[in-house]
Write a protein of this length. Structure first.
Length: 66
């Protein structure tokens, strides 16, 4: 039983496509991780920053009595 050259070419092309798809997925995942790391850094920076004084009438206590 011999293997057809067209089927060999098709198999090789399928392997190349799979490898390319994996590379694209890896790149997308790395960019997503970098973006999440940046957001986490901004959140940590904001959380550790000293709180600015709140203007009167904003925040702190909410009066719900009617």
């Amino acid at each position: 039983m011999s293997i057809d050259s067209a089927s060999l070419a098709t198999g090789a092309l399928a392997q190349q496509n799979a490898a390319f798809s994996q590379q694209v997925a890896t790149l997308a995942m790395r960019r997503q991780i970098d973006a999440e790391r940046s957001v986490a850094g901004l959140v940590a920076e904001t959380a550790s920053a000293p709180a600015a004084p709140v203007p009167p009438g904003q925040g702190r206590v909410l009066d719900v009595t009617v």
